[in-house]
Design a protein around this ligand. Structure first.
Ligand code: CS2
Length: 506
């Protein structure tokens, strides 16, 4: 049995494993991070680790919070918060190359569900200056189509009634900030790093909406003093599996219960508006600070996440379990390539064509990385929360200008077709989505409507019912061009299959 990675085994790691070159015992917590998943541990936590190392500023340790799951806390506590980041890529010889760094910035991990009050206390800790978030799209309790707070969300309803024991992200933030204000402490920065357009602005309006129900003076305090920078983060980080654990343990010579694995590529763009300082994240080329991050967020959501989701849905339907398998299927690759070039790139005004072209090709190379098999299911999950900002916003822009939406609509149809839970080989898969139950009802309503229609009208009727699902589609269900295209792609997928549908649309 191998020894565990921890403060004691740290000095004995092999020389080719990077590790913090600072004295961790002097590190104090300045950041509370909500959602300590692999994504955060592969970017913000490592950039903080490098910034502490480069600047010698020891006041930016991270206190990590998992909202519900105990797994990360249980894995990292015996390791004194230490874990390994493995950056993998295919070498020129075809052999994967892997660079390891043990990250030292996480001081402690807590589970909000076990002790919500302890998390509020930490937000209201005098040394806390940033509260950052990677809680995924569904963690914001917003309606995907509009970005408004969902007052019917059971967690939000619970949190209005239970200020001492909040369980939603928004509730935790508002009650934590209330405590700070009560104690006369300075404001903090709330930094969202999730894949949502204008993620900081959206977080701000959700927090203010909830705060208004609690206390008007608190709302004004947050609005006046706290800041909510928008940010864009780009790094592919598949979930860790046991093969990763075993391989990394062999390299380290000690056991790391939860390393994270990602691609070497990293792009982090943040608006430089921090209420109480920030780590020197720009050190070692990690983060870029800008006045307005929205164009970068839009570029990434449309040109990276949109095609990523498209490949996940089309690929899953063909039985591909990884994104790289889909990206290596010529028909799918050609389709996504055409969709990016002809329908997505033209909506990104003001970016030079050569820059877009390079970005486009880099994305296709990144998802083909043979050293980083990325399960399609991870990208496909939570589609109701992802499809609006990844595909529908682009589609809306094109409808507004009267441009072709054929390929984008096939991508949306692929999502709806995927929701039936069965691939073309007859294998069943689970639909993971916070709206799964409502989506299942929607699908059967659409079938009933189609069956009740004349055969020539069935496809159109089905598409009408599906596109009228407002939480995702907003007003798109009222756009005849969209509904007609959706009807024809859905029919093609049902009758002729993915390959034929994709070839017809490329
Ligand atoms: C992916 C993203 O899981 C998903 O939905 O599309 O996590 C993607 O890998 C990252 O946004 C890349 O930066």
């Amino acid at each position: 049995m191998l020894e565990r990675l921890n403060s004691e085994s740290l000095p004995r790691l092999p020389a080719d494993v990077e590790k913090p070159a600072y004295d961790r015992s002097r590190l104090t917590p300045g950041i509370v991070h909500l959602g300590l998943g692999a994504f955060h541990r592969a970017h913000q936590a490592v950039m903080t680790d490098l910034a502490i190392e480069a600047s010698g500023d020891m006041s930016w340790g991270i206190l990590g919070v998992s909202l519900r799951s105990r797994a990360t806390r249980d894995a990292l506590t015996p390791q004194d918060g230490l874990y390994t980041l493995a950056l993998r890529e295919g070498g020129v010889d075809g052999q994967p190359r892997e660079q390891l760094r043990v990250v030292g910035s996480v001081l402690r991990v807590m589970v909000a569900e076990e002790d919500p009050n302890a998390v509020l206390e930490r937000i209201a800790y005098p040394q806390t200056r940033i509260v950052s978030l990677t809680v995924t799209e569904k963690g914001y309790s917003h309606e995907p189509a509009t970005g408004y707070l969902r007052w019917d969300d059971p967690d939000i309803l619970h949190d209005i009634e239970n200020p001492q024991r909040p369980r939603s992200t928004i509730g935790i933030l508002v009650y934590g900030l209330a405590l700070r204000r009560e104690r006369g402490l300075p404001p903090v920065t709330l930094l969202s790093c999730d894949n949502l357009l204008g993620n900081g602005d959206m977080l701000r309006s959700l927090v203010l909406a909830f705060a208004l129900r609690v206390d008007v003076a608190l709302t004004a305090w947050i609005d006046t003093y706290c800041t909510f920078p928008n940010s864009m983060v780009d790094r592919i980080v598949p979930g860790t599996d046991d093969g990763d654990r075993a391989r990394i343990a062999t390299r380290l010579g000690v056991q790391d219960a939860w390393p994270v694995v990602g691609e070497p590529y990293l792009n982090w763009v943040i608006e430089d508006k921090f209420a109480a300082g920030r780590p020197a994240w720009e050190t070692q080329g990690g983060a870029t600070f800008v006045r307005n991050a929205e164009p970068y967020e839009r570029l990434k959501l449309r040109m990276v996440n949109g095609p990523h989701s498209t490949l996940a849905y089309l690929g899953t339907l063909l039985g591909h379990r990884t994104i790289s398998a889909s990206a290596q299927t010529p028909a799918l690759r050609d389709f996504v390539d055409a969709m990016m070039r002809l329908e997505i790139a033209p909506t990104l005004k003001g970016i030079p064509a050569s820059g877009l072209e390079e970005y486009h090709h880099r994305f296709l190379a990144r998802i083909t990385n043979p050293a980083l098999p990325h399960p399609s299911s991870q990208v496909a999950m939570d589609g109701s929360q992802k499809v609006p900002q990844r595909l529908l916003e682009t589609l809306r822009d094109r409808l507004r200008t009267g441009d072709d939406i054929n390929r984008l609509t096939l991508a949306v149809a692929a999502w709806l077709h995927y929701l039936r839970g069965e691939d073309e080989l007859g294998a069943r898969y689970a639909i993971e989505d916070p709206l799964a139950a409502r989506l299942a009802k929607l699908l059967s309503r659409a079938e009933v409507a189609a069956r009740a229609s004349a055969p020539s009208q069935a496809a159109h009727r089905r598409a009408m019912v599906l596109a009228a699902f407002k939480p995702v589609f907003g007003d798109l269900g009222k756009k005849p061009d969209f509904v007609a295209a959706l009807a024809s792609h859905l029919e093609n997928l049902r009758e002729h299959g993915v390959m034929a549908a994709v070839k017809a649309a490329t």
